[in-house]
Design a protein. Structure first.
Lengths: 179, 250
């Protein structure tokens, strides 16, 4: 006898939640919002489970829902203002710690917030979730060419943002940021 | 020693979100069941509430005498036309539902473009107008908004500017676009919108209303001016103003 609908869902949700939360965190730089976005995406997935399982694929649907909710939320003025002011204040005053690398990773997450939502989504899907160009296009619902161009522009923007705060040890593409 | 971007992202995500969330799949299952139960209970009333909200939406456009609310009115340099201070209230994501729900309403404007279809609806008593956008006029499920019809749109010019950046997350493979709809000021026969990315296109103007929608290359343009030029029947320019009063969304 096959497993029940609910059993399949619980197993998938347990496996997907940490990954989705981390994807969301890189997109929004806020742990609490990331938690909420990932959980809400999985709840929506429950409601749409038969259709999604049959037609869209579970993980692409969940990723798409997470990204959509974060970007919708970012469009609200109060949310946007808070994020921007926080970000600029921090980026203007980098305070390297003695370990350097942890500090650079914090700066990396902040730098991601300085690039446009679509480019950020491309970078996170391609370089964190390890999706192919085609898979990324499927999640974002755009062409392969768009993914390529947005990723290239995003990497360029990210490089500039990291250089501005003195991050030197992260390779972007084949380049090492200049010291 | 250097880290690849891939490795740096993995470590950064692990720093920000350590393993061991308190929430489990079982918790989410329970919340999903609760949500499904709530949907079943409330689903039958949603359609009726949406229509009621549409009909009772307050008048949100401002007169020229009160348009100094946010201090931007002077930038329009527009003596004859006032851009609404606030957009129309959204009735709901699925407020239009099937456009057949508005069977008794007339449709002064049905504007079809490559981006989609925009329909302006006018209530049977002529006091309220609404707008729906979607891929097809037969199923306008995307957006709904509305306002009371202004007696004198020259002084109380009602308009709504909307944009769709769902293209960012690829919802239903939508393209990036923005648009506007509303009442046409008196003596205006033609309206041309000029996007920051260089696209210029005419609105559909008919029976006292207009509708316009255009694709954009980058959503960055939503933060920039959208120049609207109005012409009379002889082709003479009546006015020119920035229609993007709410850069970046609301």
């Amino acid at each position: 006898m096959g497993r029940s609908y609910d059993e399949e869902y619980v197993e998938f949700a347990d496996a997907a939640l940490p990954r989705l939360t981390r994807t969301a965190y890189l997109v929004c730089a806020d742990r609490h919002r990331a938690d909420e976005a990932a959980q809400q995406a999985l709840i929506k997935l429950y409601l749409a489970w038969p259709r999604v399982q049959r037609r869209d694929g579970l993980m692409p649907y969940a990723r798409r829902t997470v990204l959509r909710s974060l970007i919708d939320e970012a469009r609200r003025p109060w949310r946007r203002e808070l994020a921007d002011s926080d970000l600029l204040e921090t980026l203007d005053q980098p305070q390297p710690d003695s370990f350097g690398r942890i500090d650079e990773r914090v700066e990396l997450v902040r730098a991601l917030q300085r690039i446009s939502a679509r480019r950020r989504a491309c970078i996170v899907l391609r370089y964190f979730d390890d999706l192919s160009v085609e898979e990324t296009a499927g999640v974002l619902g755009c062409s392969v060419g768009t993914v390529k161009s947005q990723t290239a522009r995003g990497l360029r923007d990210l490089r500039v943002a990291l250089e501005s705060v003195g991050v030197t040890r992260i390779r972007i593409g084949k380049e090492v940021l200049a010291t | 020693m250097t880290d690849s971007l891939r490795e740096a992202l993995r470590q950064a995500a692990a720093d920000g979100v350590p393993q061991g969330s308190d929430v489990t799949g079982q918790d989410l299952l329970q919340r999903g069941r609760n949500r499904a139960r709530f949907r079943r209970i409330s689903g039958t009333t949603v359609g009726g509430l949406a229509l009621a909200a549409l009909v009772s939406i307050p008048f949100v456009a401002t007169s020229s005498s009160s348009s100094d609310g946010d201090g931007d009115a002077d930038q329009d340099d527009s003596p004859s036309v006032t851009v609404a201070e606030r957009p129309m209230r959204t009735v709901g994501g699925n407020g239009c539902g099937s456009i057949d729900d508005y069977e008794d309403w007339t449709r002064p404007v049905v504007s079809r473009t490559d981006v989609g279809t925009t329909v302006v609806l006018l209530s049977p008593d002529g006091t309220t107008w609404a707008m729906c956008i979607g891929d097809d006029a037969a199923d306008m499920a995307t957006f709904a908004t509305g306002s009371r019809v202004a007696d004198d749109p020259g002084l109380n010019w009602v308009r709504v500017l909307f944009w769709n950046d769902d293209c960012v997350t690829g919802v239903d493979e939508q393209v990036c676009s923005w648009g506007a709809a509303g009442q046409t000021p008196p003596d205006v026969a033609r309206m041309t919108f000029e996007s920051p990315d260089g696209r210029t296109s005419d609105a559909t103007v008919q029976d006292g209303f207009f509708a316009w929608q255009s694709e954009v290359d980058e959503i960055d343009v939503f933060n920039q001016p959208l120049w609207l030029t109005l012409y009379d029947a002889d082709g003479a320019e009546v006015d020119r103003l920035n229609a993007n009063r709410h850069p970046g969304g609301w």
